[in-house]
Ligand binder design. Structure first.
Ligand SMILES: [Zn+2]
Length: 298
C-alpha cells in the first residue's frame, strides 16, 4: 500500500517540479514563444490534475470496487526496515466486501500499528508477494484464487519457514483446498454454519498476548461461526461466542510445529472491522505470529 502511494507521490512531485519550471519559464516569456508556452502550461496542468486524481484513487477505489473483485492491486512492500513487520493482506470472494473491509480498513489498522502492509485480492499477486512478507492475514473464500495448488503451496512454504499466519473469518469456513490439508493445518477444523446479529464474545485466556487490552466480554455485530475442531486438533481456544450448547471458539491458536497460526472467525463486515475489540485482537494476533516460530501456548 505504502509504496504505491509513495510512487504516485514521487510522480506527482516530478510533475509539480515540471509545472513550476514551466510557470517560471513563463515569467521569462521572451525566452519562449507564447503559443508553445501556453500549450506546455495547459498540458502540464492537465497532467497535474490527472496525477492528483490518481493519488486520490487508492483508498476511495477500494471502497467503490465490486465487493467480489479479484483484481490485482499493484501494492508492494516498502524497503526493508529493521523492526518493521511486513504484513500481506490477502482475500477476495463472495458474500463480503473484501476491498473495503479486508484490505482498506485492515490495512489502516495495521499500518497504524507500525507495520508495512500490502494488500491483494488476487491469488497470483499474493503468490508473488508472499515470499517477501513476514505475516499473512488471509481471509479469502474464492476457490479460483485461493484454492489453487500454487497459492496453497505458497502458504505451506510460508508456514514451513516459520512465518506468521492469521486466518480471518471466511477463510475459516469449510474448504476442500489442498485435499483438505488447508483446513487441517491452518484452521484445525471448519465452520459448517453461522448465526448473525449482535452477540457476546467471552475471552477465555485474558493473559494471552493476543488478548492484551481486550475487554473480557464484549458485544459485536457480526456472524457467529459455529466452529468444529477436527479430531486430534492441537489448538488453544482464546475466545468464544455463544452460550451452552451453542458455545463455539471465536479465536484460537493452531499449534503447528513450524509456524505461529491464529484463527479469528470474527470479521464479517464493516461493523466488526471498525469494532475496537476486533481491532485489538487483529493487531495483537499479527504481532504475536510475527514474534516466534512453532507452537506456543502463551
Ligand atoms: Zn461473513
Amino acid at each position: 500500500m505504502g509504496s504505491f502511494l509513495q510512487k504516485t507521490e514521487k510522480w506527482l512531485l516530478k510533475f509539480r517540479r515540471f509545472h513550476q519550471s514551466v510557470v517560471m519559464d513563463s515569467s521569462r516569456a521572451f525566452l519562449i514563444p507564447m503559443k508553445r508556452n501556453t500549450t506546455a502550461l495547459t498540458l502540464a496542468l492537465a497532467v497535474c490534475s490527472l496525477s492528483f486524481a490518481a493519488s486520490q484513487q487508492t483508498n476511495t477505489d477500494l471502497e467503490k470496487m465490486p465487493a467480489n473483485s479479484t483484481q490485482a492491486l499493484g501494492q508492494t512492500f516498502s524497503e526493508r526496515k529493521a523492526g518493521v513487520t511486513r504484513v500481506l493482506l490477502a482475500g477476495s470472494g463472495s458474500a463480503h466486501h473484501f476491498p473495503r473491509d479486508f484490505i482498506k480498513i485492515d490495512s489502516e489498522i495495521l499500518t497504524k500499528a507500525g507495520h508495512d502492509v500490502a494488500g491483494t485480492l488476487n491469488g497470483e499477486e499474493a503468490v508473488g508477494l508472499l515470499p517477501e512478507a513476514d505475516v499473512i492475514v488471509f481471509s479469502g473464500n474464492d476457490g479460483g484464487q485461493w484454492g489453487t495448488p500454487k497459492f496453497q503451496a505458497a502458504l505451506n512454504t510460508h508456514a514451513d519457514a516459520g512465518k506468521g499466519i492469521v486466518i480471518l473469518h471466511a477463510a475459516a469456513w469449510k474448504w476442500n483446498w489442498d485435499g483438505g490439508n488447508y483446513n487441517k493445518r491452518f484452521v484445525a477444523g471448519f465452520s459448517p454454519s453461522h448465526g448473525a446479529g449482535e452477540f457476546e464474545v467471552d475471552i477465555n485466556a485474558p493473559d494471552h498476548a493476543i488478548m492484551q487490552g481486550v475487554a473480557e466480554n464484549f458485544k459485536i455485530r457480526d456472524e457467529s461461526y459455529r466452529h468444529e475442531f477436527m479430531k486430534d486438533a492441537d489448538a488453544t481456544v482464546l475466545a468464544t461466542n455463544g452460550k451452552g450448547a451453542d458455545e463455539h471458539a471465536s479465536v484460537w491458536t493452531v499449534n503447528d510445529p513450524k509456524a505461529r497460526i491464529v484463527v479469528i472467525t470474527l470479521g464479517h463486515d464493516v461493523n466488526s472491522h471498525n469494532n475496537e475489540q476486533f481491532k485489538s485482537i487483529l493487531t495483537n494476533a499479527v504481532k504475536w505470529v510475527s514474534e516466534g516460530t512453532g507452537p506456543t501456548k502463551k
